[in-house]
Each structure stands twice: as structure tokens, then as C-alpha cells.
Design a protein around this ligand. Structure first.
Ligand code: ADP
Ligand code: ASP
Ligand code: MG
Length: 466
């Protein structure tokens, strides 16, 4: 089989884990598979880089960079020593060189007191630059020939939207040309999360973007399957950190996975489904710490079990915005004006609900965008389209997901009866036209209880049947 394997941050969090990952790859290759690997930064490193970039750009006092660089160095060198001791001499200096470049760019940002989105992307890409070099050496340590590639070198060409770039269609042929000849003789280790513009400027694909790198590369190399290795047994019926009896879903459709990830299931990046779906490549989500377990298969069909609801998810850190005022009734173009103003301020609208009287539009947006949203709305209020804007950041969005819900009456009734019986107040409801999900909003304090009630209502902790 031709496989693309992606390993997330926790899977390469230290030297032991890197070694374990290298063993997984080595076993698969010895079984006769052709493989390419995409890897994330070691867990926590991207967060540290973002924090440091923000700090140096906004501080008026000199920030000592040496301890920061030294702590990164220590962690990565230690991992290298454990996972690839024979390659210390060649890869150690490479890591040092990269850390020196990182220090230089952080110093430049401090001197300029300015962090452009372009330099931010360059800085945050260092997590993957370091981890991939170690994993490449760890594979060699296992006797597997391996080459190290940046996202751009692998062929990922993106839009210039720094921090949230999209792969351009031309990536596909570039990846094919670069990766396919390599996999017959070695395992390319590709730095996740990053690509570059047509002009060669480094971009990043959004937080958790290595999943997206994986499916872009998997699609480009015409992989038979894309395996996303993480720290849980697969896609689960709910966030296992919140719902203790959450269970692995053996198989789901691309569409279900897309809804789940869009509504907060961190295990897959929402954008990662599209490249796989386009080429009909199945995705397997597997656990590095339990590698023989089958995990979850994400595919076009996705129906192994006939149950209607497969998972319940939560998105935290969102805010509700209510736009009210009778002036909206019957006036065309009001919604367009509102959404144009929001989009100009880069506000991402996640859910919309409009009352049938048209006297009210409710939106769910990322909490971090609330200030911009309120500014945008106050700038169009002068047209007199609406009377009042109110907001509430103390809310969460919940989604109930399952392709089996389509056309089955009574699911919404069951959801809202169960919550009504528990005294949980629903603040806003929205149903996608795909009928694959029903999503609604409750107060933050009720979020976890809401998840548990619905998980129980739809018996999600019970075994799935083939
Ligand atoms: P990686 O570092 O491998 O990319 P992530 O932390 O991005 O891993 O995603 C895996 C985590 O997603 C799991 O540890 C789990 O806590 C969380 N998670 C949230 N919702 C779900 C879900 N429905 N199914 C599986 N994992 C979930
Ligand atoms: N390292 C990046 C992040 O933390 C990308 C990823 O892990 O997928 O967001
Ligand atoms: Mg992830």
C-alpha cells in the first residue's frame, strides 16, 4: 500500500515517543508499504513560539532570549540523543543552526517592535523544522533511509493568507513530482503546518494544520490511505477529556468528520477532510500508544452502524451576538451589509440564526473576534438597519452529529426534551441544511452537563455494531 502517515505533537513529545514513531514507520515499511511522513512540532512548542513572538514584539524592555533558546535546545537535543544517538554529530549542529536563525529573527522583531504576519509564520514554523529533523534521524537510526523536506520543498503552495493559508490546486502536481519518485527508495519526512506562497514566502495553515498538510500531501501522492496518528484511539463519541465514557467511533463519513471537527473535535483539522474527500482517500485515525488498535476509518460511506447520532461536540471560547430591531423587516440587503462589515474585520461567523419575523439575527463567533465584531456592527448602525446589538461571551456551542439524522423526524425533539427535563436553557438553535448536525448554544456553565446528557440520551457509550 502507499501510505501517508502524520504524527501529531503528543506522538513526538519526547525522545522515547520519537523512537516509538520511528518503529511504527519502520515496521510498516518492512511490511512492504511505500510511505511518506508528515510531522508536527513537539507538543507545546508552537504555543511557546507564538507567545515569545508576541512578547518580543510588544515589549519595551529587552527580553532575554538565551534561556528560551536554551530550553528549546535542551529538549530537542535530548530527544535526538534518545531517538537517534548515532546521528548526534550530523543533526545536532543542524538543530543549533536552526535555533540560531530563530534567535536572530526574534531579535529583529524586538528591534523593529513589529511582528508582521509574515515574520510570525516564519517564527512559528520553527517547531516543525526542529521536530522533523529529529524524526528523520530517528528513522535512519532504525535503518530506514529518509530525507527531510520543508512543506514548500514537498510542494505545498498556498494562498498568501498568513496564519491560515489554503493550499492552491497547483500543489497537487508539485507534490506528485517530488514525493512519488522518493517513496520507492526512502521515507520523506515532511514538516507539517507550513507551505509557501508562489513567491516562496513561508506560510502556515492554521493551528493544528499538520492534519491539513497530511491530506494535501496524501492527495498529491495518490496515497491509498492517510493515517493520522494521535494520542487517543480514534475519533470518539465526545471529547474524552470531558466525557469519561466516550467511545471510539469505528467508522464515519467525511461529512460527519467535517462537522465534528468544525464543531470542536480537535482530533482532526476541519480543512483536512477536503483533499482526502476530493480524491476519495480513506483516513484512518490511530493511536501511537496503542498502534495495533484499528482506530477510526473516515471514508465516503462511513456507515457501519445504523445509529442516528454518532457524536456530540462542544466549542468553547465563542461569543453570541444578537442584532435586533424591527427596521430589518422586509428590507433587502440588510444581512449583506452586516456580513460584509463583519468580514471586513476578519470576523469568522460560525453559526447564524434568523427569527422568522426578521426582527432578530443571532450569530456565534469566536470569542477573540468579539471586539472586532462589535466595532464592525457599530460602523453600519448609522444606516438604521437595526436598533440594538447585544453580546454574551459566556456561552458554548454544542453540536449533535450523525448522518443517520437526515430525514429521521424527532431527533431535535429528543435533544431538546432531554435538555428541557434537565432544566438546561437553549439560547440559540441552528440546523445545517446537510442535516448531518444540529447545533445550539447554552451557557458556558451548562456545557459539560449538556454534553453528558446528550451522550447518555443517544446511548453513545454503548458498543457500535457492524
Ligand atoms: P495531535 O497532537 O495528535 O494533533 P490533538 O491534541 O490535536 O492531537 O488532537 C487529539 C486530542 O483531541 C485528543 O487528545 C482529545 O483529547 C481531543 N478530542 C476532542 N474531541 C475529540 C473527539 N471527538 N474524538 C477524539 N479526540 C478528541
Ligand atoms: N504545530 C502546529 C500547532 O500546534 C500544527 C499542528 O500541530 O498540527 O498548531
Ligand atoms: Mg492536532
Amino acid at each position: 500500500m502507499r501510505l501517508l502517515m502524520k504524527f501529531g505533537g503528543t506522538s513526538v513529545g519526547d525522545g522515547e515517543r520519537m523512537r516509538r514513531v520511528a518503529e511504527i514507520v519502520a515496521i510498516s515499511r518492512r511490511e512492504g508499504n511505500e510511505l511518506a511522513v508528515v510531522v508536527s512540532a513537539m507538543t507545546g512548542v508552537t504555543d511557546q513560539l507564538i507567545r515569545m513572538a508576541n512578547e518580543v514584539s510588544s515589549s519595551t524592555k529587552t527580553i532575554p532570549l538565551d534561556p528560551f533558546i536554551e530550553s528549546l535546545r535542551e529538549r530537542h537535543i535530548k530527544a535526538l540523543m534518545i531517538a537517534a544517538p548515532d546521528h548526534m554529530g550530523s543533526v545536532g549542529p543542524l538543530l543549533d543552526e536552526r535555533l540560531e536563525s530563530l534567535k536572530n529573527i526574534l531579535t529583529a522583531v524586538f528591534n523593529l517592535s513589529e511582528l508582521t504576519s509574515r515574520s510570525r509564520d516564519y517564527i512559528v514554523s520553527f517547531g516543525e523544522r526542529l521536530s522533523a529533523a529529529i524524526l528523520c534521524a530517528a528513522l535512519k537510526q532504525q535503518g530506514i533511509p529518509s530525507v527531510l523536506l520543508g512543506g514548500c520543498e514537498a510542494g505545498i503552495i498556498t494562498t498568501p493568507n498568513h496564519g491560515d493559508a489554503l493550499a492552491l490546486p497547483m500543489s497537487e502536481s508539485r507534490i506528485k513530482k517530488k514525493i512519488v519518485p522518493l517513496i520507492s527508495t526512502c521515507v520523506p519526512v515532511i514538516m507539517g503546518y507550513m507551505g509557501c506562497t508562489e513567491k516562496g514566502i513561508i506560510t502556515t495553515l492554521g493551528r493544528s494544520g499538520s492534519d491539513y498538510s497530511a491530506t494535501i500531501v496524501g492527495a498529491g501522492m495518490d496515497a491509498d490511505e492517510i493515517w493520522i496518528w494521535t494520542d487517543v484511539d480514534g475519533v470518539m463519541t465526545s471529547d474524552p477529556r470531558l466525557i469519561k465514557n466516550a467511545r471510539v467511533v469505528p467508522s464515519i463519513s467525511y461529512l460527519e468528520a467535517m462537522e465534528l471537527s468544525y464543531f470542536g473535535a480537535k482530533v482532526l483539522h476541519p480543512r483536512s477532510l477536503e483533499p482526502a474527500m476530493r480524491k476519495d482517500i480513506p483516513i484512518r485515525v490511530k493511536n501511537t500508544f496503542n498502534p495495533t488498535f484499528t482506530g477510526t476509518l473516515v471514508s465516503r460511506e462511513g456507515h457501519v452502524d445504523r445509529r442516528v447520532v454518532k457524536a456530540v461536540t462542544i466549542i468553547e471560547k465563542v461569543a453570541l451576538v444578537n442584532i435586533t430591531g424591527v427596521q430589518m423587516i422586509g428590507r433587502p440587503g440588510v444581512a449583506r451589509t452586516i456580513f460584509a462589515a463583519l468580514s471586513e474585520k476578519d470576523v469568522n461567523v460560525m453559526m447564524i440564526s434568523q427569527g422568522s419575523s426578521e426582527a432578530n439575527i443571532s450569530l456565534i463567533i469566536e470569542e477573540a473576534h468579539l471586539e472586532n465584531a462589535l466595532e464592525a456592527l457599530s460602523s453600519v448602525q448609522k444606516y438604521g438597519f437595526f436598533r440594538e446589538v447585544t453580546s454574551d461571551p459566556d456561552v458554548v456551542a454544542i453540536a449533535v452529529v450523525g448522518a443517520g439524522m437526515a430525514g429521521i423526524p424527532g431527533i431535535a425533539g429528543r435533544i431538546f426534551t432531554a435538555l428541557g427535563n434537565a432544566g438546561i436553557n437553549i439560547i440559540m438553535i441552528s440546523q445545517g441544511s446537510s442535516e448531518v448536525n444540529i447545533s445550539f448554544v447554552v451557557k458556558t456553565a451548562e456545557g459539560k452537563r449538556t454534553l453528558q446528557i446528550l451522550h447518555d440520551e443517544f446511548h453513545l457509550s454503548e458498543a457500535f455494531h457492524d
